[in-house]
Design a protein around this ligand. Structure first.
Ligand SMILES: CC(C)(COP(=O)(O)OP(=O)(O)OC[C@H]1O[C@@H](n2cnc3c(N)ncnc32)[C@H](O)[C@@H]1OP(=O)(O)O)[C@@H](O)C(=O)NCCC(=O)NCCS
Length: 167
């Protein structure tokens, strides 16, 4: 298993991966409809990734498929450029093997090299596996965003979580 930056040639495999991931979980932000984009569009998105927005993937080169991702976004104003947030996901059959841990470590290494000091995220209150994962990796709950997600006809609360990156 390889943990690496995504490249434009991963576009088709990434769409396949992300479509399957969104079938397996409701806990990521895009809906299946919003994520349904062409290979050309996905190639364009990947080509535009830079020092402020990046995607790292867990790639199974034997089976030639992507099984996990972390998407990182840095803030870009003078006053908040020390902050970044991220989204992470691993396919069900590859979970609990330390892949999210490796993806997060790679993202943190990249962020620290850019002097990012604070890493933050929001997570739906019911997403216990993710909350446990974040707690295990030093994230602390900083508060509640009430009714911040609407899905399947219902409102859900999210926790704000964050950790300091020691640069
Ligand atoms: C959260 C997620 C990324 C973890 O990925 P993973 O590759 O299984 O995680 P790792 O193997 O690196 O880490 C395992 C740790 O995560 C937590 N964890 C993972 N699955 C868990 C579960 N079902 N129940 C409780 N804790 C769980 C635990 O802390 C576990 O450590 P432990 O084995 O010592 O208890 C994965 O469950 C996932 O992709 N979920 C769907 C998408 C999602 O919810 N993303 C986050 C949106 S905010």
């Amino acid at each position: 298993m390889q943990i690496r930056k995504i490249t434009p040639s991963d576009a088709a495999a990434f769409i396949e991966f992300f479509t399957l991931l969104l079938k397996q979980t409701d806990f990521l932000l895009p809906s299946a409809k919003e994520a349904a984009i062409s290979v050309e569009k996905q190639t364009e998105i990947i080509s535009a990734l830079d020092d402020f927005k990046q995607i790292f993937i867990a790639s199974d080169s034997v089976k030639n498929r992507i099984v996990g991702f972390v998407g990182v976004t840095r803030f870009n104003m003078e006053k908040n450029k020390h902050i970044a947030n991220f989204a992470i996901g691993v396919l069900k059959d590859s979970q609990k093997h330390g892949l999210a841990e490796k993806l997060l470590a790679e993202a943190e290494k990249w962020l620290k090299a850019k002097n990012v000091r604070r890493l933050e995220l929001t997570v739906i209150k019911e997403n216990i596996p993710a909350i446990r994962f974040y707690e295990k990796h030093g994230f602390k709950n900083e508060g509640l965003r009430r009714q911040s997600i609407f899905m399947n006809g219902k409102f859900y609360d999210e926790f704000y979580m964050a950790k300091d990156l020691d640069c």
